[in-house]
Design a protein around this ligand. Structure first.
Ligand code: ADP
Length: 310
């Protein structure tokens, strides 16, 4: 009998959630950046976390999304394994709005599953990882976790019971702007109205349907027309300096459309090809160079791969 593997290394991608009209239900995986996590079976009970980066995230597993996700998985094993050790090297900055917490949670459950001969389904892994997300944002949501594990674009049709639908999509480039400011998730939530006007609801669900149809048909023009959010963006965009101008200049440079990533502060713009995505990058730089706050900007693609085991 070959000896059982005791250690697995994985890379987990950043993700964009709240895709414009698809608030709370649509997300996609990015090719870059990725977090690196090593997970080991351990004789020590529970979850031990070793941080190998500069972010000073909690090492108490109950306060770290990766710890909570893995404790949920450990619980389902009914004592078969005593514990796990996580070595975490984060590249995705916590609080950036591109699914930093989801990447940690997704990474460790996929790695642990590999150590356990892949006995859990992807859907079960999403459910474990969602327990981790609750620590970061106070809510169990899957809109970053699902694309992080499945790759590509995913629709969360329902949270409980989970109903995850991978949506086929044509190749797309993503320009990501990350202003170096902090937006508290609680603030971004607090700003939302509790009620929606019927006419806005109709516009929104027409656009969600249009976006899904556009993605599945590979119809870039339809994708572009449907990337409109009349409910959340008008309120949340106030939290991001020069959001309107960034969007306007991006559209002039040829972007299909885009919006706030997660609850911000990152902003993403989709383009059909790489040349356009770099023109969008230049257009956004033109706006942000005058703002006087630090920012990172880069061009990547929607990735059809989720967490990768190496
Ligand atoms: P993001 O979209 O970047 O994940 P969130 O606000 O959803 O932003 O999550 C970041 C919050 O979660 C931060 O307050 C961070 O301290 C906390 N957190 C706890 N554990 C982790 C982890 N392993 N990775 C990232 N963030 C974590």
């Amino acid at each position: 009998m070959p000896e059982k593997i005791k250690e697995v290394t994985v890379y987990a991608p950043a993700t964009v959630a709240n895709v414009v009209c698809g608030f709370d239900i649509l997300g996609f995986a990015l090719s870059e950046p990725n977090d690196k996590m090593v997970v080991r079976v351990s004789d020590k009970k529970g979850v031990t976390i070793i941080n190998k980066d500069k972010y000073n995230l909690p090492t108490d597993p109950a306060k770290n999304v990766a710890g909570v996700a893995l404790l949920a998985l450990l619980d389902a094993l009914n004592g078969e394994v005593a514990g796990f050790e996580i070595e975490s090297t984060k590249v995705i900055k916590p609080g950036s709005g591109i699914g930093s917490s989801a990447a940690s949670a997704a990474a460790v459950v996929v790695a642990a599953n590999q150590l356990l001969d892949n006995r859990f389904t992807n859907e079960e892994l999403v459910a474990f990882a969602m327990c981790g997300e609750e620590v970061a944002s106070g809510a169990k949501h899957a809109d970053n976790i699902a694309p992080c594990i499945y790759g590509g674009v995913t629709l969360i049709r329902n949270n409980d019971p989970l109903d995850i639908i991978p949506i086929p999509a044509p190749p797309m480039y993503v320009t990501v702007l990350h202003p170096q400011i902090e937006i508290k998730t609680s603030e971004a939530r607090g700003i939302l109205k509790k009620k929606v006007a019927m006419k806005d609801a109709i516009t929104q669900w027409a656009n969600v349907a249009g976006l899904i149809a556009g993605l599945m048909k590979g119809d870039y023009a339809l994708i572009g027309r449907s990337l409109t959010d009349v409910i959340v963006e008008p309120m949340r965009s106030m939290l991001i300096p020069r959001f309107k101008e960034v969007k306007q200049e991006s559209m002039k440079a040829g972007a299909l459309g885009g919006g706030i990533s997660g609850s911000g502060p990152s902003v993403f713009m989709l383009s059909k090809d790489e040349v356009t995505a770099h023109k969008v990058e230049a257009a956004i730089k033109g706006v942000y160079d005058k703002v006087g706050i630090d920012y990172h900007i880069y061009v990547t693609t929607i990735s059809d791969k989720g967490v990768r085991v190496v």
